[in-house]
Design a protein. Sequence first.
Length: 142
Amino acid sequence: MSITGNYDTDNIFAKILRGEMPCVKVFESDHILAFMDVFPQSEGHTLVIPKSPCRNILDAGAKDLGRLIGTTQTLARAIHSALKPDGIVVTQFNGAPAGQTVFHLHFHIIPRYDGKALGAHGGHMADPDDLKAVADRIIAAL
Ligand code: 5GP
């Protein structure tokens, strides 16, 4: 699949945005949605997406991108305050060869804890109740 191309309105994040698929929400505004990654690579792994349809950083509007990174910082701060990780990775992949698997622009916020290995990308599906408990702690710190 090319790095550029048409936006697929049936991608999983588009379905989450339309309410056709559930998610454990952490934050929502007119332009942004943030929710827990269902295959978390660590406790608190959060995804931040624009509501506007774009595949990746190449076709995103500058305004959307600005809002997205601003909200990513806000959430990273809340995650830091709530979960006390020892480090925080922020990643964003563009195109399948770069590791992108869902073709709606998103930032990953992945807390890192000393001595704890990172889980596999798309590895173990989390229990929704566990995700909700973590999300509630992050929300309380927002
Ligand atoms: P990418 O590989 O495109 O950078 O990241 C996509 C992310 O979306 C992965 O970390 C994956 O675990 C997550 N993901 C895939 N499907 C779902 C889903 O249905 N719900 C949620 N919350 N996350 C998903």
